[in-house]
Structure formats: C-alpha cells, structure tokens
Design a protein around this ligand. Structure first.
Ligand code: SAM
Ligand code: SF4
Length: 322
C-alpha cells in the first residue's frame, strides 16, 4: 500500500477522528460553561460513514487512527466503532484520547474491541482544583480510569497535562514524580491560545524545573505519533514528553489529517475550513471521488500552523485530540 504525501513531502499516515463535539466536562481552556451548541443528530457522521472514510483513507496509506472528541466515551456505541476499525486490515494502530472519567466501565470493552493505546488528559492531582479546571468533574473518576487502563494492559497509557500559569504550574514536579513513583508516561502540552484563560508555560521552562529532580535523558522507545519529545529521569519507569505547539512547533513532522464529527476533513488543527466528505458519502459518491476529496484535504495542509494569527478557530478545538 503506497503512502500519501502532502505538498511539502510530509507522509500522511495518521487520521484523527472526532466522534462527537460533546463532553461531560467543561475544561476552562476548551469549552464554555454551557458546553458546545447542540448540533442536530443528523449532522453527525454515523459509524458507517466514518468507516467509509477510514477504509478509503487506508487505501491511500493511512495506517493509524486516533479516536477523540469532545469526549469520545460519551458517544454511544464507541466500542463498536473501535471494533469496526480494528477489522480493517491496513490499520495497524488504534488509539484514543479521553478525559478518563467514563473509562473504568468501558476499558475492557475497548481493549476487547482492539484498542491498542490510550491518552488520558489530567491537569491536576488535587481534588478541588480538578473541579475548578473541569467545572463539573470528579478527580476520583479520572484516577479510576487511569488505573483501569493500566490494569487492562493498554500500553503505553499516556497522561496529558496542560500547564497553565497560576492554575496548575505548581504541580509540574508532582507530575514528574509520578513517572518515578507510578511509572506514568506524562506529556506536558503547551496551552494553545484559543481563549485567554491563562498563559502557557513554555516546555523549556518546564524542563528546567524538572531538572531539579535529576538530568533528563532523551528517550526514543515510546510508541506514538511524533508530536512529543520524550525524556526520562534517572530511575523512572515512566517517561516525560513535551508537546510544544507554541514555543517549538512540530509542523515539519506533521503526519495527520482530521475528521470532524460533522464530516469535515481538516488539513490542520487550526484550519478554519475543511473539505466536506459527509455530503458526498450521503449522495453515493464513488470510492475514486472520495479518494480525490481526501487527497485534496491532504494537499491543503499548510506548511505550518498560524497559531498566533487571526484565523485560529475556536470551533476546531474539539478535534485537538491530545
Ligand atoms: N475529551 C478528551 C480529552 O480531554 O482528552 C479528548 C478531546 S480534548 C480536546 C484533547 C486534548 O486537547 C486534551 O488533552 C486537552 O487537554 C487538549 N486541549 C484542549 N484545549 C487545549 C488548549 N487550548 N491548549 C492545549 N491543549 C488543549
Ligand atoms: Fe472535554 Fe476534553 Fe475539552 Fe476537557 S479538554 S472540555 S474533557 S473535550
């Protein structure tokens, strides 16, 4: 199966699928307190339609899929979608990004269905602060989800933390310690300025702080998809990853295409426009026509993102997907 490249010779092998814009939490940097405006059910891609995109993209060389949201675990039947994707021969890796609060009860089904890896977002280890940041969540649910994922044998389980100045940046060392004490694989993601919730903390500043625990050795042995730079503290079983879209953009290595829950193929996380693939699928477009649409979206990938310019679109945040 030949791979596909964009206009800048980047191989595109990775499809991120947002299965819903909805979420059971309301993280301050991601969602307004009232949640996202409700999209009529008929606007959302069915699993069968998503599978048409997956199979067609796979024919073009996509071999990794990540399921995300909103919160993917609020979409009814998401386990069935994982099973359908894992039955596609060319898909070698299926992962999910979740807030983990609904994971404990679903993880066994997900693993049985073929999920390989999981990223769980967790911005604090403090109960009152978790409520403050997520507005509605309970830390014990997220911790149960993390534990259940580890017990279910998902490997690696990565913990995504978004440090924010004045909110949770006093917990960097606590998270780094979890790589030693609990074998967590922690990834720090720079806050992207979608709304002005807080200031981001540059990865360089985080690394300096963490080096008070010991030297950070570069580490290359962790499965993933390129955006993070990994390190390990002496004697730690777990690793520390840094995803730096603001201070050290990784656009040159970008290998991904996104599918929104309403059926738009988005060339970049920050694209304000996408290629509508849902309507042609519903109108019975041929596989060749759908391949052309996917190729067009890949060709529209910009050389780099425009994070600090005015075309940054809030509405695409639900497809970040960790
Ligand atoms: N609900 C799931 C979760 O929270 O993991 C999946 C969707 S969420 C949008 C995917 C990831 O994007 C999470 O790790 C979240 O922390 C991150 N994220 C959301 N808004 C962000 C922002 N403004 N800057 C950086 N990361 C952000
Ligand atoms: Fe929900 Fe994830 Fe956004 Fe938090 S970051 S509000 S959990 S979609």
């Amino acid at each position: 199966m030949a791979g596909i490249c964009d206009s800048f010779q980047r191989g595109i092998s990775y499809l991120r699928i947002s299965v819903t814009d909805r979420c059971n939490l309301r993280c301050v940097y991601c969602m307004p307190p009232e949640g996202v405006p409700l999209v009529p059910h008929k606007e959302i891609m069915t699993f069968e339609e998503i599978m048409v995109v997956v199979k067609t993209a796979c024919d073009l060389g996509i071999n990794k899929v990540r399921i995300t949201g909103g919160e993917p675990l609020v979409r009814l039947g998401v386990v069935d979608l994982v099973r359908m994707i894992s039955a596609v021969e060319g898909i070698k890796d299926i992962s999910m990004t979740t807030n983990g609060t609904l994971l404990a009860e679903q993880v066994k089904g997900l693993v049985d269905a073929g999920l390989h890896r999981i990223n769980i977002s967790l911005d604090t280890l403090k109960y009152d602060r978790f409520k403050q940041i997520t507005r509605t969540g309970d830390l014990s649910d997220a911790l149960k989800g993390i534990q259940a994922a580890m017990q279910a044998g998902l490997n690696p389980v990565k913990i995504n933390m978004v440090p924010m100045q004045g909110f949770n940046d006093d917990e960097i060392i606590d998270f780094a310690m979890m790589t030693i004490e609990a074998g967590w694989h922690v990834r720090f993601i720079e806050l992207m300025p979608m709304n002005r919730t807080a200031e981001f903390v540059p990865s360089g500043v985080l690394r300096k702080k963490i080096e008070s625990l010991g030297p950070l050795e570069p580490f290359r042995g962790i499965a993933g998809n390129g955006a993070a730079r990994y390190f390990r503290l002496p004697s730690a079983k777990g690793t520390l990853g840094f995803i730096s879209p603001v201070s050290e953009p990784f656009c040159e290595e970008c290998n991904r295409l996104r599918l929104s829950s309403t059926g738009l193929l988005l060339p970049c996380l920050f694209s304000s426009e996408g290629v509508d693939i849902k309507t042609p699928i519903r109108q019975g477009a041929s596989t060749e026509d759908l391949k052309s649409l996917i190729t067009a979206a890949i060709s529209a990938k910009p050389k780099k993102h425009h994070l600090n310019s005015h075309d940054t679109a809030d509405k695409n945040m639900s497809s970040i997907g960790g």
